[in-house]
Structures are given as C-alpha cells and as structure tokens.
Design a protein around this ligand. Sequence first.
Ligand code: GRF
Length: 210
Amino acid sequence: MSNSKKKNLIVFASGTGTNFLAILQEIQNNNINGRISLLISSKPEAKALDKARQYNIPTAVLQEKKFSCHSEYARTMMDLLKKHQTDYILLAGYLKMIPADIVETYRNKIINIHPALLPKFGGKGMYGIHVHEAVLQAGETETGVTIHFIDEKYDNGPVIMQQKIQVIGSESPEELQQKVLKIEYQLYPHVVKLLCEDKIKIKNNKVIIT
Ligand code: GRF
C-alpha cells in the first residue's frame, strides 16, 4: 500500500449501506489508503446510518426540506465537506442530486456506483430494483456495474470502470440485483483503492488508470 497520506473519504448513502460496508471492510483490512471521515444520509431512517454508528463513523443527516432554502442546505453540506478536508466523495446509493456548487468545487472528486452498464438504464427513476426490472423487461443479455465521476446530470460523467455479467433471462429482478450487488462489493473497493493511491487521473474528460 502507498506510503502517502491517507485520503479523507466521505460516503453519501440513503439506503442499506452494504457498499459502504464493503469499502469499510477493505479499509479495515488495510487495503485502502484512506479513512471514512463521515457518512452523510438524506434519510434519517437509512440503515446505512446504523451501520456507520456501529463502526463509530461520524454521521450527518441532511434533508433539504429541513432547511429554509436550497442555498442554506448546500452551504451546510459544503461546510461539512470542508471541515473534514474531503479528498473524495463516494456516492453509495445516494438518492438526491448533489448541489451544483459542490459538483463544481469537487469536480472529478465525486464518484458514483450504478447497478447497470451506463449510459443504459440510468437517469431519474432508475434506482434500486427498478433498474433490474428495466434490464429484464428490455430483454438484455448482459448487465453489470458502472463506477463513474459525476457531473451535473443524473448518472452521467466520465466512466472509471465497468464490469459486465450475463443475464440469463429467467432470473427475477431480485435475483439479478443480488448478482449485480456481488460485483459491486468487489468493484467499488477496488476503484476506491486505486483512487486513494492516486492511480486514477482524468485528462480531457477521459479517465486514465495507471
Ligand atoms: C447499489 O445497487 C448501488 O449501485 C446503487 O444503490 C445501491 C445501494 O445499495 N447506487 P447499498 O445501500 O450499498 O446496499
């Protein structure tokens, strides 16, 4: 592992947080040169928050509706990111749009995992089981996982890595989801490891992995 300073990682999660846990496990196994400084959730009932608390990782819940306006919400998020000297933001099942000024300030520092082969089956409404239902409905013969830097649009931005799996066609959406999640738990920690070793660069909007 690299001898350079550990990267400060902030995880954003609105759901069960199993990807968060997969990354945390690899940090605890000393395979990732980083630490998770904070987990931010958009939902107070997110299971991801319980998981973080269980591992003594600081948490914050940011619900836009609890703020008087969008800019106050965005400023609170920005203050938290600055306070933790954030190197990378890892979206792991985060269901809200990241405020535009945060996308701008942290350009090429925010990554997302999506349970399909983007640009297919991405965008608004394409989350959770809906993605796998749509893949089966379309009769796709393959699906997979995409990890990408985000930009101002949903499920958009330069792709860092994709991994494909075969769709048999007879599986249920839930079975497909489980198969895809298994890949996610390998791929996300792998990409985070490379990021924390400064092995992922971006030039002219193209990702270069060294
Ligand atoms: C994953 O399928 C991920 O690809 C997507 O949201 C889901 C999050 O699952 N962005 P979990 O909260 O990590 O269990």
